[in-house]
Design a protein around this ligand. Structure first.
Ligand SMILES: Nc1ncnc2c1ncn2[C@@H]1O[C@H](COP(=O)(O)OP(=O)(O)O)[C@@H](O)[C@H]1O
Ligand SMILES: [Mg+2]
Length: 252
């Protein structure tokens, strides 16, 4: 089956700093593919280049077989790439359902006036379905501003899902969460892969090991390993990067 997302030879420098160097990824349909690495590894820079928020210096990107290199974010979104925007994109005064329904409607935004009413109902149904998937139904009518931090992060994912993307990009969705909330969101991400391919950017190795099909590890802008969680945990270079293992040649 064709890849959902292919990234080939992506590089991005900030002045003399090579934040991302020759990064290639291949995300298969309905897989959770995690991009992990210590802080400063270049994960967010790669994420922003892939989602069109930063211009890569070099590199090419394909979404569902279509080349989308240098496409702006809104065009990528209509082609099926959704990303979360952290809490800033949530309308606090609106209900949880309204937030998700607005996103569902924006997807069908170019329809004719006469279809508006029908769309409105369809968007509400889609939003309800998204909330069920995310186990947020109990919060349907709560105003988004009243949600707990963890629930807001789940709502962000719901807003992205309402766009019915082929690929969902998540940058550290568990940041600032308790370990219980993190486990909950990790389980949700695993569940989402039945309907969408997920590129998950994380620095916490433990979170990704249990839910990923493929893990790609970056340090200092470069990929040092890519494979199944089992392969990754056995990889000596990954172990060194994560555990700070002393280099064997210095042990006399
Ligand atoms: N806009 C920017 N301008 C200059 N340097 C940046 C910018 N964004 C990130 N960097 C630098 O690029 C490197 C990679 O950062 P980042 O992609 O945020 O890493 P990660 O997400 O893996 O923690 C870091 O050294 C960071 O300081
Ligand atoms: Mg980051």
């Amino acid at each position: 089956m064709a890849s959902a997302l292919v990234v080939q030879g992506l590089s991005k420098s900030f002045g003399a700093l090579r934040a991302v160097e020759n990064v290639s990824l291949d995300v298969a349909p309905n897989q959770v593919h995690s991009l992990i690495g210590p802080n400063g590894a270049g994960k967010t820079t790669a994420f922003n280049c892939i989602s069109g928020f930063l211009r890569p210096d070099v590199g090419r990107i394909w979404l569902n077989g279509q080349e989308v290199t240098r496409w702006p974010p809104h065009r990528l979104a209509s082609a099926g790439m959704a990303r979360t925007f952290q809490i800033t994109k949530i309308f606090s005064e609106l209900s949880v359902l309204e937030n998700v329904a607005l996103a569902a409607r924006s997807r069908d935004g170019r329809n004719l006036q006469m279809w508006r009413r029908a769309n409105h109902c369809a968007a509400k149904e889609q939003a309800e379905e998204v909330l069920r998937t995310l186990a947020l139904s109990a919060r349907t009518d709560s105003s988004a501003g009243q949600l707990a931090h963890g629930e807001k992060r789940v709502l962000e994912i719901g807003i992205a899902l309402a766009l019915r993307p082929a690929v969902l990009l998540l940058d550290e969705p568990t940041a600032g969460m308790s370990s219980r909330e993190s486990e909950h969101i990790a389980a949700l991400i695993r569940k989402l892969s039945s309907r969408v391919s997920v590129l998950l950017v994380e620095h916490d190795m433990e979170i990704v090991l249990g839910i990923s099909d493929v893990v790609t590890v970056m340090t200092q802008g470069r990929i040092i390993a890519s494979g199944s969680p089992a392969q990754i945990t056995r990889d000596p270079e990954v172990q060194a990067a994560y555990l700070g293992t002393a280099e064997p040649e210095f042990v006399s």
